[in-house]
Design a protein around this ligand. Structure first.
Ligand SMILES: [Zn+2]
Ligand SMILES: [Zn+2]
Length: 242
């Protein structure tokens, strides 16, 4: 059921009369904060060692001969995919609520998690020409009312000064990804994206944005299309990874 007042304005309105509260546990917080210290500290941060390509964390130390199970035996077309948090616990819960309950104000704390990727050496040294959000199929976007990747990319654009360039469109309404294994996901996504009309990514260094990386197949397929259209590099950043 849709509330007659958009959640964001409702949240803003409520915050005029009541103290600001944590979006997870309702504890009072500073007005500029969305999470209390306790909930923020429970967000599962990804710490080394992890895969340089897809950020998959490994238990223990990396030996000389390690290989990432997620990257093995396939080509991932992005240069690397960076996430600062795992999609678990409070992170998973908020992202889920953001996407499926239409609580748009949750883009603020989630974009904060996304923006932490910009301090990762794999991204902080790079210069980017454009931020490209992973598109939703228009039917899915209508149903949801927004594209979560676009809302997060807008916030990242504001904080980095990089311009948003929605260069891609999704042309296949694929079934829910979670039922497929890795190989099926790759196959399922083939041809799902294309460059939008009158968009030009030639010679651009692209920062590709999505909310969550699950296996990396979606980001890889977007990167493949962008590179085929002439992008010189495609680095991906997500608020979280599985
Ligand atoms: Zn809290
Ligand atoms: Zn990997």
């Amino acid at each position: 059921m849709r509330s007659p007042v958009a959640p964001r304005s409702l949240h803003a309105l409520v915050s005029l009369f009541y103290p600001a509260t944590c979006v997870v546990c309702s504890e009072n917080v500073e007005r500029s904060q969305y999470l209390c210290d306790g909930c923020r500290s429970r967000a599962p941060r990804i710490v080394p060692p992890f895969c340089a390509k897809c950020s998959e964390p490994f238990p223990g130390a990396i030996t000389q001969t390690f290989s990432c199970a997620n990257c093995a035996h396939r080509v991932l077309h992005f240069d690397c995919a960076v996430a600062a948090y795992r999609s678990r616990g409070v992170v998973r819960r908020l992202v889920h609520q953001f996407k499926y309950s239409g609580e748009r104000y949750l883009r603020f704390p989630i974009a904060d998690w996304l923006s932490e990727t910009m301090r990762d050496p794999r991204l902080s040294g790079g210069r980017f020409d454009a931020i490209v959000p992973v598109p939703l199929h228009p039917a899915r976007e209508r149903e949801r009312g927004f594209n979560q990747a676009t809302l997060l990319a807008e916030r990242l654009g504001d904080s980095t000064g990089l311009s948003l360039y929605p260069a891609l469109e999704r042309i296949h309404y694929t079934t829910t990804q979670t039922v497929h294994d890795r190989a099926e996901r790759m196959e399922n996504l083939r041809g799902a994206f294309r460059l939008r009309k009158n968009r030009d990514v030639r010679d651009l260094r692209v920062l590709l944005i999505d909310d969550v990386l699950t296996t990396g197949s979606t980001l890889s397929e977007c990167a493949r299309v962008l590179k085929e259209a002439g992008a010189v590099s495609v680095h991906a950043a997500t608020a979280a990874r599985a």
